[in-house]
Design a protein around this ligand. Structure first.
Ligand code: DTR
Length: 341
């Protein structure tokens, strides 16, 4: 009897241990589990593209790979994304390269005001620039994809119709877009997107300068009832994977991910462009926002003020030993190629 009881408890013990050991794997039946970190809230476009990539990879690897996504900076925030992925805090991370202009000089050139018309073209151009120049800042990671936002426009609490209206106006931007606002005489305040709602609410800034899909996704239309169409400059993003996590993947899984690099860039660009239109319609309908279009003469004047930004970038890139003029020429030619003009 005692022996039977001992055996019973031993059995329960073994089952409990096995259960505990099995726990982490029980989360997913997949053989390979990857974590994917992202910095903005779940409904925003960087996270929408993340969920699309996750779903497609899981499907195309027939469930061999499971990806756990962490939106909203819960695993890594905007500024720690690249280093966090290199250190292995996350297997995969999505970062806005514009937040670190000095670190991603080559790829951020696609964010300069060079007249790229939309996010689809911007994303394809960015990918080709990355592929051609393979900047050394990506040597420690595997690049999963890259994409660009739609061109940037001014969203503000007060109407901005002229250069006089923008003079001294505190507007939020980040990275190269800060220089654009400066050139127009605004008082730019640099901060990543997740800090912006609070700054707008508290009146630290009177508006922001970025792609217009945020009018809906962050409900900025509620506070910013005016949009001035400038279509100048974009914010380049990349998705990177820890190099050890990548090297551990079987060849067939690597192939699925490699085959998706350009596809994902284009998908995200197209999603972004469509979503900007939805966001404008939504903002008009719900908050009766006014879209301010600059006259042709004024637009030319505003654009002219941005020219020194390109020369400044060329000077800085050259000082770093980069073929700066060639990079700008490539961006212009690729823009023509992908715009079909
Ligand atoms: N434009 C950059 C990037 C950006 C545009 N839309 C979103 C949404 C969520 C996060 C970042 C972005 C910026 O203004 O920060």
């Amino acid at each position: 009897m005692r022996k039977a009881l001992a055996l019973f408890f031993a059995g329960v013990f073994v089952i409990a241990i096995l259960g505990a050991l099995g726990m982490p794997r029980a989360v997913s039946a997949a053989a390979i589990n990857l974590n994917y970190a992202n910095f903005p809230p779940a409904p925003t476009f960087p996270c929408v593209q993340m969920e699309r990539w996750k779903t497609e990879v899981e499907k195309r690897t027939n469930g061999k790979v499971a990806i756990k996504t962490f939106p909203g900076g819960t695993l890594l925030d905007a500024k720690n994304m690249m280093d966090g992925v290199i250190a292995g805090t996350a297997d995969i991370g999505n970062l806005c390269m514009a937040y670190q202009p000095g670190r991603f000089i080559v790829t951020n050139a696609t964010g300069l005001p060079l007249g790229i018309p939309n996010a689809k073209v911007g994303s394809l151009v960015l990918w080709d620039i990355y592929e051609k120049y393979k900047p050394e800042e990506f040597a420690k990671v595997k690049v999963i994809t890259m994409f660009n936002t739609a061109p940037s426009n001014i969203m503000s609490k007060k109407p901005v119709r002229t250069l006089d209206d923008i003079k001294g106006l505190p507007l939020r931007a980040s990275g190269p877009a800060v220089d654009i606002l400066k050139a127009w005489g605004a008082n730019p305040v640099g901060m990543p997107m997740p800090e912006t709602p609070d700054a707008l609410q508290k009146g630290v800034v009177q508006g922001l300068f970025t792609a217009l899909e945020v009018m809906k996704d962050f409900k900025y239309a509620e506070l910013c009832r005016y949009v001035t169409m400038t279509d100048a400059g974009m914010y380049p993003f990349s998705v990177v994977m820890n190099i050890n996590s990548w090297n551990k993947l079987p060849k067939d899984v690597q192939k699925v991910m490699d085959d998706m690099r350009v596809e994902q860039a284009e998908w995200t660009g197209v999603y972004m462009d469509n979503h900007v239109n939805e966001s404008i319609d939504w903002s008009k309908k719900n908050y009766n926002i006014e879209i301010i279009k600059l006259s042709k003469e004024d637009k030319a004047k505003w654009d002219k003020l941005l020219e020194p930004i390109i020369s400044q970038w060329i000077g800085e890139a050259k000082a770093k030993g980069l073929p700066a003029e060639k990079i700008i020429e490539d961006i212009k030619n690729l823009t023509k190629k992908y715009s079909g003009s």
